[in-house]
Ligand binder design. Structure first.
Ligand SMILES: Nc1ncnc2c1ncn2[C@@H]1O[C@H](COP(=O)(O)OP(=O)(O)OP(=O)(O)O)[C@@H](O)[C@H]1O
Ligand SMILES: [Mg+2]
Length: 245
């Protein structure tokens, strides 16, 4: 019995009706000695299963701070964050690492692929951490690559792939654990316009197939791909409104 299965059974099962993300009055104060910075000043956000949300905001508005909290890389200094029904605010480092691996798939601007490893070995990495056996890891990595349209590139190293294809490998790696949430931080920031369309097309397909996606971006064009857009300004969220001022 693999650790992944054992731990899944032990964990509170995610129900489909439960929000994937539930932020209530989330605050983050950085304590820089004499100077405190209130980076998040009371964020409420509900993201339902299957939603595709874009978060936009200017430099210094709190995007990375919010991203770090959503990704369980940091915890709020106030308010509560429930991820797939679990309160992450009270978790220690080890529990946070576990929930990151089990519940969240990350896609970054830099693809963060290991250059010495073929695509499928990059994709299986989260499953090694999760304790799965070799045969199942390979099968699931190949299935994830097939899912992103790269079944025929499984043995290619990152340097033998285009930028868009490398980001697809990163998406496959993010999906291989079947996370509750796909968190994408400027996923098209390093891509030319045709690869950008390629990756946005893939995210749209995943969304249509039921994935829950949160996309953080500077670019209005990219944000338009999402079904819902929120803006963050000075640590506060506001919903995007269409139409004339
Ligand atoms: N570790 C830290 N210590 C102190 N203040 C910080 C820290 N990290 C961020 N801040 C401050 O918190 C606020 C929000 O920063 P954050 O990095 O979340 O912005 P951002 O929206 O990601 O900006 P950018 O688009 O430039 O990446 C800023 O005022 C920033 O100076
Ligand atoms: Mg940032």
């Amino acid at each position: 019995m693999t650790e992944l299965r054992a731990s899944t059974r032990a964990m509170h099962p995610a129900r489909d009706s439960e929000p994937v993300i539930e932020l209530t009055d989330v605050r983050k104060v950085y304590d820089g000695g004499s100077l405190e910075v209130a980076a998040l000043r009371g964020i409420d956000l509900l993201v339902e299963p299957g939603a595709y949300l874009a978060i936009m905001g200017p430099s210094g508005s709190g995007k990375s701070t919010l991203m770090n909290i959503l990704g369980c890389l940091d915890v709020p200094t106030g308010g509560t964050y429930r991820l797939a029904g679990e309160d992450v605010g009270t978790m220690d480092e080890e529990e946070l690492a576990h929930i990151r691996n089990r519940r969240i798939g990350f896609v970054f601007q830099q693809f963060h692929l290991l250059s010495a490893l073929p695509a499928w070995r990059n994709v299986e990495l989260p499953l090694i951490y999760a304790g799965l056996g070799r045969t199942e890891r390979r099968a699931r990595a190949l299935a994830a690559l097939d899912h992103v349209g790269l079944a025929d590139r499984a043995d290619h190293r990152p340097s033998e792939l285009s930028g868009g294809q490398q980001q697809r490998v990163a998406v496959a790696r993010a999906l291989v654990t079947e996370p509750a949430l796909l968190l994408a931080d400027e996923p098209t920031g390093n891509l030319d316009s045709s690869s950008t369309e390629d990756v946005l097309g893939l995210l749209a397909e995943l969304s249509a197939a039921g994935s829950t996606i949160v996309l953080i971006t500077h670019e209005a064009d990219v944000a338009q791909a999402a079904g819902r857009i929120v803006h963050i300004r000075d640590g506060l969220l506001e919903e995007h409104r269409e139409g004339p001022e």
